[in-house]
Design a protein. Structure first.
Length: 118
């Protein structure tokens, strides 16, 4: 059974930083493109960042460029999202996801809440 477990969310003041982690119980973790999505109240879920199998290629939404960094450690079956210069509009539930490519998702985590206050 595949599980993705996020951690690292919390309450932070605007301008602060958080580092999200997602531990995956996937035997072939290095075969999956990993993603971070977020969903704010009343809004659709949106892709924030994605990282290729080896970590050599990354994608960022415009809202994340220059502030967020996605990375992965295939030896630890873990993907990270370093979030700096956080803004109140970054407040959302953040989800980790795994799929065979950047557009298809096979597995979702349960989400971790990030709340940024001004």
């Amino acid at each position: 059974q595949v599980q993705l477990v996020e951690s690292g969310g919390g309450l932070v003041q605007a301008g602060g930083s958080l580092r999200l982690s997602c531990a995956a119980s996937i035997r072939t973790f290095s075969s999956y493109t990993m993603h971070w999505f977020r969903q704010a109240p009343g809004k659709e879920r949106e892709l924030v960042a994605a990282i290729s199998l080896s970590g050599g290629s990354t994608y960022y939404a415009d809202s994340a460029k220059g502030r967020f960094t996605i990375s992965r450690d295939n030896a630890k079956n873990t993907v990270y999202l370093q979030m700096n210069s956080l803004k109140p509009e970054d407040t959302a539930v953040y989800y980790c996801a795994a799929g065979p490519n950047r557009v298809k998702i096979d597995y979702w985590g349960q989400g971790t809440q990030v709340t940024v206050y001004s």
